[in-house]
Ligand binder design. Structure first.
Ligand SMILES: [Zn+2]
Length: 343
């Protein structure tokens, strides 16, 4: 029998975990992995449902290092776990995603936030020993259940970050086209279309504020972005120069902001640097009150300039517009100051 590949998005799904596991003939030893906050809110409900299906083993995590994810994988293998059930935000889900991939174990993912397109991607971001993030290729979860009510009740800033991560497809797709024209990358038309559809679904939404219906649109957009990565076999369809800038911020900046907010800032800043139109993107971000003013994000002029200049060194093989752009310090300072006024 082929492995189940389940994707459910909608209201009330958090109460259907038991049904879903039964429908997919999942039983035996079930490893429920979450963080302390999420366990406090939803743990009782989820654990009760799991116990009706199989033997429950619980792990409460507060760390997302590569070595920790490897240790989880080792325990999954050593104790013959039949299914991993991960519930939480990116940290928990990336640990589970990687552990499921290494241990080749079915994995039910239950995201509680929609802060980025890692929701359904084949990439896990985990921390190295020195605390710096590292993107690791793995596989998408075999089962994903997203309850829109759970996401809608998560902190607003996380939802705004999700908007920012989808918006960044706008820049990423232009960078991909550019790299292909320069003979520095190959095109995958299916993945390109998928990323474009993800962007369009969000940009063309009828909603003008964050409500339950809008959250569903956002989740579908983020999942489509994740599938685009799976199609392409890399993050190329959703990650261009704006992501390189964000990676540089993660590496060099002292202040930490959400990934989705950083890539949205990168999108607008780089479009501006290239003399391209960014009105549509900015209008959209303003409509949903997504603040990307670098000064208010705690990114000072020097850090902005440094991270713009270091961006292309963050991933050597990812060719983008920035590789041929004018990265003069004076010009970047001017962009920074104009952005702090405009945004
Ligand atoms: Zn991203």
């Amino acid at each position: 029998m082929p492995k189940p590949n389940i994707l459910k998005i909608g209201s009330g799904y958090i109460n259907k975990v038991e049904v879903l596991l039964k429908e997919n003939r999942i039983s035996g030893k079930l490893f429920y992995i979450t963080d302390p906050v999420i366990d406090g809110i939803y743990g009782e409900n989820i654990r009760k449902q799991i116990e009706k299906v199989g033997y429950l083993k619980t792990e409460i995590i507060d760390c997302n290092t590569i070595s920790y994810a490897m240790a989880v994988a080792e325990r999954v293998i050593a104790t013959d776990i039949d299914c991993i059930i991960g519930m939480g935000g990116g940290k928990v889900l990336d640990v589970c995603k990687y552990a499921a991939y290494i241990s080749k174990t079915p994995y039910l993912s239950i995201p509680t936030t929609a802060a980025n397109d890692g929701l359904a991607s084949p990439i896990a971001v985990l921390k190295r020993k020195d605390g710096k993030p590292k993107s690791l290729g793995c596989a998408m979860a075999s089962m994903i259940v997203i309850d829109t009510e759970v996401i809608a009740s998560s902190p607003l800033q996380l939802i705004k970050a999700g908007i920012g991560d989808t918006i960044s497809n706008y820049m990423a797709l232009q960078d991909w086209d550019f790299a292909v024209r320069r003979g520095r990358d190959t095109m995958n038309g299916y993945a390109y279309l998928m990323s474009q559809a993800s962007l369009d679904a969000l940009m063309k939404t009828q909603y003008d504020h964050i409500c339950l219906e809008f959250v569903e649109v956002l989740i579908k957009s983020l999942v489509l972005s994740g599938i685009a990565m799976d199609f392409a076999g890399s993050s190329r369809p959703v990650s261009g120069s704006e992501h390189l800038f964000s990676h540089a911020l993660d590496y060099y900046a002292e202040v930490k902001n959400f990934h989705g907010i950083q890539v949205a800032l990168g999108t607008v800043a780089i479009l501006k640097l290239l003399g391209k139109s960014y009105d549509k993107v900015l209008e959209y971000l303003k409509r949903f009150d997504v603040d990307i003013n670098p000064m208010r994000l705690g990114i000072d002029e020097d850090t902005f300039v440094l991270c713009m200049q270091k961006a292309t060194s963050m991933r050597k093989e990812r060719y983008t517009y920035l590789h041929e752009a004018d990265m003069e310090e004076a010009k970047l300072k001017k962009i920074y100051n104009e952005l702090t006024e405009e945004l």
